[in-house]
Structure formats: structure tokens, C-alpha cells
Design a protein around this ligand. Sequence first.
Ligand code: WTA
Length: 657
Amino acid sequence: MTQSPGQGNALDNLLTESRTFPPSEEFAAQANAQPALYEEAKADREAFWAKQAERLHWETKWDQVLDWSGAPFAKWFVGGKLNVAYNCVDRHVESGHGDQVAIHWEGEPGDSRAITYAELQREVSKAANALTSLGIGAEDRVAIYMPMVPEAIFAMLACARVGAMHSVVFGGFSAEALRTRIEDSSCRLVITTDGQYRRGNPAPLKPAVDEAVAGAPSVEKVIVVKRTDTEVAWTDKDVWWHELVDSQSDQHTPEAFDSEHPLFILYTSGTTGKPKGILHTSGGYLTQASYTHNHVFDLKPDTDVYWCTADIGWVTGHSYIVYGPLSNRVTQVVYEGTPNTPNEGRHWDIVQKYGVSIYYTAPTLIRTFMKWGADIPAKYDLSSLRVLGSVGEPINPEAWIWYRENIGGGKAPIVDTWWQTETGAIMISPLPGVVSTKPGSAQRPLPGIGAKVVNDEGVEVPHGGGGYLVLDEPWPSMLRGIWGDEERYRDTYWSRFSDQGFYFAGDGAKYDNDGDIWLLGRVDDVMNVSGHRISTTEVESALVSHPTVAEAAVVGASDETTGQGIVAFVILRGGAGADAGGADAIKALRDHVAKEIGPIAKPRQIMVVPELPKTRSGKIMRRLLRDVAENRTVGDVTTLADSSVMDLISAGLQSGK
Ligand code: WTA
């Protein structure tokens, strides 16, 4: 169900924010992006994208920029051939940059490793040979379930190199979540580690793989990287990375694949319980990842040190740690661990140590830093920072200003980048050096991108008006579908505004009086918790799979640090009331959700209720539950089948307190 945009979210303060920060003359003079780009792209979009595609090395040039005849399935750079890994690695070695550090890897316990492009080429080649030796080739699916170790990046690039598709599953997901993802795309191989460092301690990872693989017959082999050196159980499918990969030749000739050759699947939450396998292909994806990374972050490959704090388990890690940056010959920091290990200054210590100049993170982390206090970053030399980025959820003006003042020295431009797993790369963002930034607004579609705010009828709203965000032109890095479910692809994104042919993003948005776009959060049943997408239905199914739960309804309630927090309302079996929901019972339910999905999906709060508010057609009215979760007066109850239910819930909660 769609709510009206902006409803029930606490972002109204965004709309009264009116400060602007024009770029400095020095920054503008050296910026990669120029104001003329907007006009250039508008004059001839396809010619503009063709020019961006020239950033890459094509083994065979395309004959057609865009084929949209099979809409909503796009083909970009039709007839072109390229190897994505070659573009991210080899060509930089061939152009004489083999000695440039590609990755400054920083382990959580303090171990580190500098990997040059020449070394990256050897590592990726060995891993590619290892994949071939296992019979993994074009279009095979490989699940990667790893912490932030260099081998995770080698593995992704090795897949790309041999034309296999990776499906990276965030290391914080449970065995069950991993199993369903492996199964959905019939992965033949899983790459993992024995364990991972988390908050100063080694934590096992392989047991989850063992459990998942036991229920996933498509898996033939499991490659295990030794990271924590913890004791692991061993099966005949398992092989150590250091035994298999290290003995391979470090020479490998990449093969060029079609521009539309599949590159990866990445699962993301939708409005139903089953995660969607978002499919991305090669040429268009890499073109846009590369173009946006260069222009939005103003990357200067010879001098910048870039750091994106995302995990490779999310799309930000795919596009802005692996493909965009490496295609641009970045020197970047990759950090394994948590931001407060061994102390709350860890990120700033890393910035100072490596002279990080571009830093890209999420609002939830910025708000956490705020909570820890400005005196922590103040202890470090952060003067190297010259561009700051934000992604994952709307950034509140207060956090934006704090970020600018305390991290960016009051001068580094902040790029608030709006995009999605589905869009593959950044779509809406100010261009640093060109656009005067506004705290809290992602502002305008990048040159080459079409985005609009429209009303229920699909008509663009006037300046000052609010509605739904749509994308009105196909773009190179757009998803090419949902794995194995063409209907769901059409339905989810293209049916809402089918008359106009708009892509429905699922976000509410508003224009300010200058026509800049302000994102207002999701308008569907997807929650955004610390920048992670989690569907209400997914958590509800996890809860009702517990033997004590009869029914469950989940809402995202606004949360000062995490953006939204998960609040669950459950009816226990046998009509047990609030008194049955003792602390132990609640804990058991929270743990059960962690086991079914992963710790990130644990409800912040679980309330035991006697009834749930439903419409006459039986649909749960989450809007009313959100009112309860956010301590607001409960809104209009007239469409409820039984309007006394809300009184019952409120009374029950009070007596349960
Ligand atoms: C939200 C993450 C406001 C939005 C790259 C979107 C944002 C969802 C922003 C996609 C932003 C992401 N401002 N909201 N700058 N960036 N979002 O697929 O609701 O994990 O639909 O991709 O995050 O999340 P996903």
C-alpha cells in the first residue's frame, strides 16, 4: 500500500531549511564537473552518455547507445564488448600506474596492507584462474559472504573477469537469509571466511555458511579465506582460499563480454517478504558508476585518497568501493571494522593516517558521531578532507551542518547522493564546485538523468509542491530486472505510472521554491534502518514463524540515530495478554528475528497487543500503529472494521508499562 508522501515522517523541518553554501572559487576552478554539463546532456542525452562511455576501454565499440524498444528492459551500448575487471585493474597497470596503491586496507585489529594496481592484477588473475579451475564461467552465480577483507574485492573482480555473476550477501545476514538468496539464484559456489573481526573480537562466519549450504543443493564448492584463524568445521565441499588461489598462475587474459552481459545480482528488500534479486549488467552500469564517481566526488586519481565507509554487502560498496572508484584508478581506504574499535576516534585516526581527502558515509553514522561528541574528531588532523558525501537516507539539516563544521572544516562541499540498489549508481546529487549546496537536499538530477516529483496522476507538481519521485528517462546503470521474476519487475517499478512510462522509486519527495528536490523517505512498506532497507512484511513473517506468535504488524518509527527504528506489535497465541509478554519472551522474539534475517532486523521495540487495527478488507493500518509507536495522537480511525481496537491497544500498552 502506498501512503501519501511525507506522511508520518519527522522530516518536516527539512522544508523550512533555507541556508545555501556556494562553492568556493578555488574549488570551482579545479572541479571535474562544469556547469555546461547540464545543458550538454539536455541537448543530446544519448550523445552525452556515449561520451561518458568513452571513459572505459571497449574491446568492441557499440553500434547503438540505447535500445529502449523492449521497455522497461533497457539495452545500453548495444553491440559493445568490454571486460569490467580489465577496466578496473589491468588498464591502469598498462598505462604505467602499476605501482600506485589501489587499496589501503586497514584491518580492525590494526593490521594493514597496501595493495598496488600491479598486485591487484595478480590477485584478481589468480582468483579468476581458481574460478576457472572449478569450472565456474560465464553466467554462473557465485555467492560472496564475507567481511571487508581484500579477498572480497578480489573475488568480485575475479567473477567479473570470467563473466560469472556475483551475489554478495551482507556478512551480517543470518544463515537462513543466506540460504534463501543462494537458492533463489542457484549459486554454484560460495566464497566466505572462517570468521570476522567485530568490535575487537573474532566472530565466526563459516558456521552460517555450513548451515546455509546444507540446505542449498546447488552449491558445489565453498572457498574459505582464513581471516581470524579460528577452528572451523570442514566438509568435502570446502577448500581454503590460500590452498586453491595462491597456487594459481598470476597471469590471466580477460575475455571481452557483451555490454549487456550480467555482472551481478544484489538482493534488496521490497514490500513483500521475499527479497528481490536486482540484476545489473556490464557496460551501462560501469559507465554510470565511473562517471558519477568522477564527477560527484571530484576524484583526482593522482592526488586524492578516497574512503567510502559502506560494506560491500550493499550497493554502495559495489558501485563506490569496487566498480566506480577502481575504474577511475582511485587510491582508496578499505576498513574492515566498526567505527568505535578500539575507540570512537577510529575513523578520524584513519583519515589522518592516510590523508583521506574524500569521505563518503551515511547519515546514521554522522548522527552517531554527533552523539559521541565533536571533541573526538577535534583531536585529529582532518585538514586533508576536501569532499564529503552522504547516502542511504535523507540527511537532516542539523547532521549536515555538524558534518560540514566538524568533519569538513566548514568548507568541504557535501554531496547528498540519492540513489538505490535498483538505480545502480547516483542519480540525484549536487555537483561539487558547480551547485550551491543546501543542508538536507539532494537537489537535482545529475546531467544525463531525468527525475521528477509528480502527484497521484503522474503530473509534475509545481515548485513548493510534494508528491512521488519518479525517473522519467532510462539511464545506463538501471536494473535490468528482478532475477527470475519479470512480472514483479514490471509490477513494482513500472505499473504505478504505466501511462507515462515513469519508473516509480518508492520515495516521497518535494520541490522547494527553487525547484530543488528534497527526499522525504519511503512511501511504501519498506523501512530504512541505519540506511538499510528492511521490509515490514519480512520482519512480520519472521515474527509469525515463532511458535508463540499468532499475528504481527511491524512499522518503522522515526529514530534519532538510525533514521527509523523497527517497532513490532504482536498478538500472542492463545490470546495471551500484555502480561504474557515478559522480558524473556520479548528477548526470545528479538533473537528469533535476528536468526531468521540478521541482527540488523531486530525490532527496537516489541509490544504485545490484544488486537491489530484492520480495515474492513482485513488490511493492517500501519499508519495508526506508527502513531502509537511515535507517541502521537492516533489519527483517523473511521476506516477501521472495529474502531475500538485502537483504544484496546492503547489501554493494553498503558497497563503493560
Ligand atoms: C533511501 C542505497 C534520501 C531512499 C544507495 C531510497 C535516500 C533507498 C538517499 C535506497 C538520500 C538513499 N536521501 N533518501 N541521499 N539515498 N535513500 O537500495 O529511500 O539500499 O529509495 O540504496 O534509500 O536504498 P538502497
